[in-house]
Design a protein around this ligand. Structure first.
Ligand code: HEM
Length: 127
């Protein structure tokens, strides 16, 4: 098992979909409370959490659960209705960093997750 770790996907290292769910459940309350992010999101955050669980499972190398249900992710396009500024991208990553601190023990893994999310976050900037 241990000599296999270098071949693990981030999905596996996080503990699969259950581990990703823990991150997502720590993340969205912070998003909702954030003054720059909260107003963009619906009051009922559960459907957003569910989609994010499916998407991050797929994004981090697990089964393509998001595409199975919703088709091609086209994530930048799906974010176009929302004004995403550089400040909001930083805030999103900041909330994610706090959520990872609470849910993922392995510091190198936390850094790897954040690093992988940085590119899409800045790519989604549209305002
Ligand atoms: C850059 C800052 C970001 C902002 C401000 C932001 C904001 C939002 C908002 C407002 C929604 C729609 C919620 C709704 O009404 O359903 C959403 C959906 C979503 N976001 Fe983000 N987001 C950001 C970055 C990201 C990143 C980096 C990812 C993953 C790589 C991501 C993944 C998703 C997913 C999977 C959905 C659901 C898409 C769907 O409707 O199927 N977002 N985001």
């Amino acid at each position: 098992m241990s000599d296999n770790r270098q071949h693990q996907t981030i999905y596996e290292a996080l503990g699969g979909t259950a581990g990703i769910r823990r991150v997502v459940e720590a993340f969205y309350p912070k998003v909702q409370e954030h003054p720059l992010l909260g107003p963009l999101f619906p009051e009922d955050i559960t459907p957003v959490m569910d989609k994010q669980e499916l998407f991050l499972t797929q994004f981090f190398g697990g089964p393509p659960l998001y595409s199975d249900q919703y088709g091609h992710p086209m994530m930048r396009a799906r974010h176009m209705p929302f004004p995403i500024t550089p400040e909001r991208a930083d805030a999103w990553l900041g909330c994610m960093s706090l959520a990872l601190d609470e849910t993922v023990e392995d510091e190198a893994l936390r850094r790897a997750v954040l690093e992988r999310l940085k590119a899409p976050a800045y790519h989604f900037i549209n305002s």
